[in-house]
Design a protein around this ligand. Sequence first.
Ligand code: G3P
Length: 215
Amino acid sequence: MRIFLDTANIEDIRRGVAMGVVDGVTTNPSLVAKEGVEYRDRVLEICETVDGPISAECISTEADDLVAEARRIAAWHPNVVVKIAMTEAGLQAIKRVSAEGIKVNTTLIFSANQALLAARAGATFVSPFVGRLNDAGQDGMEIVRESVAVFETYHLPTQVLAASLRGPRDVTEAALAGAHIATIPPAVLYQMVQHPLTDTGIERFLADASKYTPV
Ligand code: G3P
């Protein structure tokens, strides 16, 4: 499973890249708004920092407008993946721009049927929002599991990008569900590194190592 960072914060992205585990980045209007920067400028900065798929979201709601916006955003950088929300107009736009070679991440996926439709329209990625489904009392990871199974059964090349993950256990569950990618907030990445037994183990080894001459 590949790991993307779900953030528009450039410092966190640099830190994740330095750790050697960041394969891509997903952004959305809410994440960019928090940074107080222009969307295009920040996406280009991210593209210079991470050599992998960088998702940038369209905000149009009509098919023709989505197509025009997707073309504009895709032209920013070869690594840009255009995010389009799962609507009827969105499907029309996905079909049209995918046929032109533009990579699409279909966002706001809340059922395996939505994932199937996006895949059939030509999306490169589908993003089930696991945490928001859990918030609504459903088993969010089940949508990931079902989408992966459907894509495998029908040999669909679309990748399942588990999104709206809120904690380290969600990442493990996404991997067990067969997600191709997990996009995670930086705080979750930092939590994944940690274990109290690792810390106490290091302390004990350092204490014992002080009893002989360092190599
Ligand atoms: O990748 C989608 C993500 O940004 C949404 O997360 O926590 O707002 O549901 P959340």
